[in-house]
Design a protein around this ligand. Structure first.
Ligand SMILES: CC(C)(COP(=O)(O)OP(=O)(O)OC[C@H]1O[C@@H](n2cnc3c(N)ncnc32)[C@H](O)[C@@H]1OP(=O)(O)O)[C@@H](O)C(=O)NCCC(=O)NCCS
Length: 188
């Protein structure tokens, strides 16, 4: 199943295709979304508490480039992303999360495609993100979206990693996609 998009980068609805149709609301994030996001993160990340990596400043200073999805006012998904201040042709996706009961229907892909669409309009053609090597679902997801894995200074189970990324013994897998060489997805 996939989601049927009826959205713009700032708002709209998406529908899940299939026997049961659920209409999701999609909109730009707001600073007030921070508390809702923090509340669900440990559950959505399978008990891992990554909330210290999402301080409120991301929702204060980067909310216009970040997105939330809701169903009847319940948070269903979020994407926290921003334009690089250091590299004028790059953007960065910091965090993406989809409610466990709503995974596998294309919401994560849809959030990425919306962000890519926005990136193209502001001439940000390289998008980067990173994840932990233990997060195999995230690695599989990013590969399906079309990201390549960047070379690092080590490998875990054949996955290239960079060791000691944020601190000692904190390996990360880094992803990159070039929107100029990746064709836009077909309509319909
Ligand atoms: C990773 C995550 C965001 C994926 O969201 P999702 O809405 O379920 O993903 P989608 O349904 O849009 O899937 C997009 C593609 O990725 C693939 N994919 C998604 N999850 C996958 C998994 N666990 N294993 C293998 N492939 C997967 C899908 O098959 C789909 O492929 P297709 O479009 O070619 O058919 C979601 O599982 C999640 O929130 N995980 C917990 C938080 C997390 O780890 N975030 C990422 C790091 S910040």
């Amino acid at each position: 199943m996939s989601v049927l998009a009826r959205t713009t980068a700032t708002g709209g609805t998406i529908e899940k295709r299939g026997a049961m149709v659920e209409k999701y609301t999609i909109r730009a994030a707001k600073p007030e979304d921070h508390s809702k996001i923090i509340r669900v993160m440990p559950d959505w990340w399978g008990g891992r508490d990554l909330t210290p990596m999402v301080p409120k400043l991301f929702l204060v200073h980067f909310h216009t480039s970040s997105t939330v999805v809701e169903l009847e006012n319940e948070l269903i998904a979020f994407l926290i992303a921003f334009d690089s201040q250091s590299y004028s042709n790059e953007a960065y996706i910091h965090f993406v999360g989809v409610h466990p009961d709503h995974r596998g229907v294309g919401i994560g892909r849809h959030l990425y495609e919306l962000f890519f669409e926005r990136c193209r309009t502001v001439h940000r053609t390289i998008v980067r993100c990173c994840t932990s090597p233990v997060n195999r679902a995230s690695i599989a997801f990013h590969k399906r979206i079309g990201f390549s894995l960047e070379q690092g200074d080590g490998e875990i189970d054949g996955i290239p990693i960079i060791n000691n990324y944020n601190r000692p013994r904190d390996p990360k897998v880094r992803f990159r996609i070039d929107l100029e060489t990746r064709p836009a997805p077909a309509e319909g």
